[in-house]
Design a protein around this ligand. Structure first.
Ligand code: EPZ
Length: 415
């Protein structure tokens, strides 16, 4: 499938931001630990959520999903083996490991797949489980972990990994004793996991700081919980406003989660006005290039690096993008070059010299965020662009083309 886009329209109007993909996927996995039904609200209709639904259903959960409300009823006896074809398609499937190990003491799962943005091992997850007393075997691309009863432990993460922090928090929630996660990730999604777990009856504190302490409890109850807004979707829409010289109001957004992006956009000359759950973003003067270094939260989000690159491609002067999280996140820049972007890539650094106009052509989404960035370029480009392989964009953006066309963009989906 592909998007066909005619560029040159200034976007204007209001757009509602959906629930956070990178939180809801983990909440779905954590629901497996509940003794009762969990209701999750503000669930985005995206492909990755569909995939996670398949994963937890294969483990025996009953899932009902209407609009943005999902009800998950765990079975009396959870399965322990995740379906390989789903796991290979999405890295977040690894997040069932902690919940299954804690709840049933066993899990068998293939090495997960996901976007092609560099080598993405799961060694921190496994090291943490081992520290908690699990036996973990890795063979021929499969992992099997077992533990009669996980024991609390102090775990040091070599890097503040989002997924490892979440998996270990989940495992620790039902472990015996206290677990301390040192050098934990501080992303807003981690705080969301803590809130979800604590509502279930867990005892987790410290999320949002570099040290999380979890006192294990015996059981977890079902909950009714609303997912936080998707800060990456919000950031993408802000850049859509800026790159088209438009004026867009984002609703149902959490401005506190977007501090760094807001500062960077203002530095580049974009106007951003913030009220409680709303952000007004408009470009009424020339955009300037900037230096952007991706970092773990609260640094600049790596998932917004491609969007900022799109803006930099038409900004005045040079921009420097330094990627510190992934080894290979610049594939999309090759596609931007086809549209006339001036880019030099040197290892994990890209230098972009802004041009007056990009030109529409045929490009291919190499990954989720890179694909979204190509759409942003197409919105600003002269003429017609076709963005192919948009199934990757569907993994993480709810009704992307409907939201953009609601703002005046000329974008349609074709087979
Ligand atoms: C989450 O991935 C997000 N995915 C990613 O978003 C996001 O880019 C990333 O966090 C960083 O913010 C989900 O939440 C589903 P990490 P995650 O563990 O948890 C290395 C998107 O587009 N590492 O923080 O997998 C790893 O290779 C996606 O929505 C190890 O070496 O990220 C990477 O270089 C893409 N060993 C770095 O740490 C490990 O065991 C950060 O990874 C774990 C990670």
């Amino acid at each position: 499938m592909r998007f066909s886009i005619v560029g040159g329209t200034r976007l204007s109007g209001t757009v509602k931001i959906s629930g956070a993909k990178n939180s809801v996927l983990k909440l779905m996995a954590m629901s497996l630990m509940a003794n009762d039904r969990c209701v999750i609200r503000n669930v985005p209709r995206i492909l990755d959520v569909q995939t996670m639904k398949g994963v937890i259903e294969a483990l025996g959960a009953r899932v009902e999903w209407h609009d943005d409300v999902m009800e998950i009823t765990p079975p009396e006896h959870l399965g322990t083996e995740a379906p390989e074809e789903l796991v290979r398609g999405m890295r977040a499937s690894i997040q069932i490991m902690g919940p299954l190990l804690a709840k049933v003491g066993e899990v068998h799962i293939a090495q997960p797949g996901g976007c092609s943005i560099g080598h993405r091992p799961v060694d921190f997850h496994l090291r943490g489980f081992r520290a908690m007393g699990a036996e973990v075997e890795e063979r021929y691309g499969y992992m099997r972990a077992r533990a009669d009863k996980l024991k609390g432990a102090t775990v040091f993460l070599d890097f503040p990994s989002v997924g490892a922090t979440e998996n270990l928090m989940a495992a620790a929630a039902l472990a015996e004793g206290t677990t301390v996660i040192c050098n934990a990730a501080r992303e807003p999604e981690i705080v969301d996991q803590q809130n979800f777990l604590n509502l279930m009856g867990a005892k987790v504190r410290g999320a949002g700081t570099g040290q999380i302490v979890v006192e294990g409890v015996k059981e977890l109850a079902g909950v009714d919980y609303t997912v936080i807004p998707d800060r990456i979707e919000a950031g993408t829409m802000m850049v859509a406003a800026a790159i088209t010289g438009g004026h867009v109001t984002l609703q149902d957004v959490e401005p506190d989660h977007l501090g760094f992006l807001v500062a960077k956009l203002r530095e580049m000359g974009v106007s951003v006005e913030i009220s409680r759950n709303q952000i007004d973003c408009y470009a009424d003067r020339p955009i300037r290039g900037a230096t952007v270094r991706s970092m773990p939260y609260p640094g600049f989000a790596t998932d917004l690096q491609p969007s900022i690159a799109a803006l930099a491609s038409v900004a005045e002067g040079c921009s420097v993008l330094i990627e510190t999280i992934y080894s290979n996140r610049f594939h999309y820049l090759e596609e931007m070059r086809k549209m006339g972007a001036k880019v030099i890539i040197e290892h994990s650094t890209a230098v972009i010299r802004g041009v007056d106009r990009l030109t529409g052509t045929n490009v291919c989404a190499p990954d989720l965020r890179g694909g979204a960035a190509l759409v942003l370029c197409a919105l600003a480009a002269d003429g017609h662009t076709v963005v192919d392989n948009i199934e990757l964009i569907d993994r993480g953006y709810e009704q992307f083309e409907q939201k953009l066309s609601g703002l005046g963009a000329r974008i349609i989906r074709t087979e």
